[in-house]
Design a protein around this ligand. Sequence first.
Ligand code: KIV
Ligand code: ZN
Length: 534
Amino acid sequence: MRKCVCDTQNIEGLSHWYEKGLFLLKENSIIKKKLYMAERLYIFDTTLRDGEQVPGCQLNTVEKIEVAKAIESLGVDVIEAGFPISSPGDFKSVEEISKAVSLPVICALTRSVQKDIDVAFDALKYAKLKRIHTGIGTSDYHIQYKFNSNQEEIMQRAVAAVKYAKRYVEDVEFYCEDAGRTDNVYLARIVEAVIKAGATVVNIPDTTGYCLPTEYAEKINFLMENVNGIHNAIISTHCHNDLGMATANTMAGIMSGARQVEVTINGIGERAGNTALEEIVMTLRSHKELGVDTNINSKNISSVSRIVSNLMNMPIQANKAIVGRNAFAHSSGIHQDGVLKNIKTYEIIDPKDVGIDDNSIELTARSGRAALKYHLQSLGIELSQEKLDKVYEGFLKVADSKKYVTDDDLLMLAGKDRVDTHRIKLDYLYVTSGVGVDPKATIGLDIAGEKFEAESSGDGPVDAAINALKKIVNKKMVLQEFLIQAITKGSDDVGKVHMRVEYNGNVYSGFAANTDIVAASVSAYIDALNKFPD
Ligand code: KIV
Ligand code: ZN
């Protein structure tokens, strides 16, 4: 482990040092009389770039801003907001996120191409703190097959791109795409060259998720030991999860001296995804002896995870580390017995540390706007007074019909006005179904201000309602995936529905949440319809 060591024989007044970020090192279970300063690890969140590249996860600009603000509330250091040259939508999103978010550095991705860099800088013009992330493929696969080039030419393009980006911004990050499969000697040469050209951060992506943790650790160690000037830049990890080793590889990188990690919320990202932010943050908090820590406000992890899952149509698997529904559920008799005797027998993380707090102040119909605002803030949602008033109206209705208003109810209420911008809106829905009754539905839609009504039967209430909807929206569309997430607490709780609908050869995702599961299903279908291009 590369770290800053503060040697001392004096461990009195430990809590004072502890608060200052100094940790005791435990070795072979014996507490050594040494204090280690926790080194800072920078968190670079790429949920809105690498995560958003995933089919079905695309967001519109309003949704991207919502996600960006939630991620900002976690205390990340850098938000990669998009790849501006790739589309006018991406350009606009980087521009709007730059206006809406002020604490983290806003980063834009480019290839090693001057036009990309020009456009990225233009998109970043409103950002308080800006970074250009440029790079090129460095493995033989990329050099030969993607670029039909050679190592020397790629090196020249890399150096030229960094120098060009430096004309615009001081903070330039360089990525060596497919570094995981790049020969270490060539990788060291290119890293040295881009640092000399002015790169402040150098990213070593395991683009294909191929590396073993030992291999990735060796790669970073090799760079640390063989690159002149390595300490003039921060080395960054960027690991994909194709073999399920993204978190292990990222930890291996940290333990070899990388001090920035590129991560996404819930590990979303290309193919099997990227390293999950929450896993790295909580691994470091659980292993203080590593002496590395982040600035993340871990209490917001659970709510930000839900916001991202809902908006990006990516359900979280129940057994997902840290944020899965079962992550803190002890179900076997032996485990429950142990936990009742002492929670530490089977629990290494206090669920409260990631924002799961069953004993928090409950919201009821008697709660005021201040309590609502406080709860929304703790979920990472900041609202204007006008929007808060609107959400409060909805909150009172929900609170009248339920004993307690849950975090999921609040997330649903706060996201409701997204529906106001939809071209197709659900006006009303009547459904009859039950045992011995033929399911029938009548639906009312508002399409760009015009009202339509249709009725139909079906193989169940959801099928009947969707059949009725199809009579109004006469398009060749096929429901490909329909996922209802389990209700966790009571029968009056919110059900979440994710749907994927195929239309004209493309797949569009929709999401909705409602205490009425049929209404949630139809709304999710309509959410997907609103993403059709025509
Ligand atoms: O996985 C990768 O190599 C990337 C780069 C573009 C940073 O996402
Ligand atoms: Zn990537």
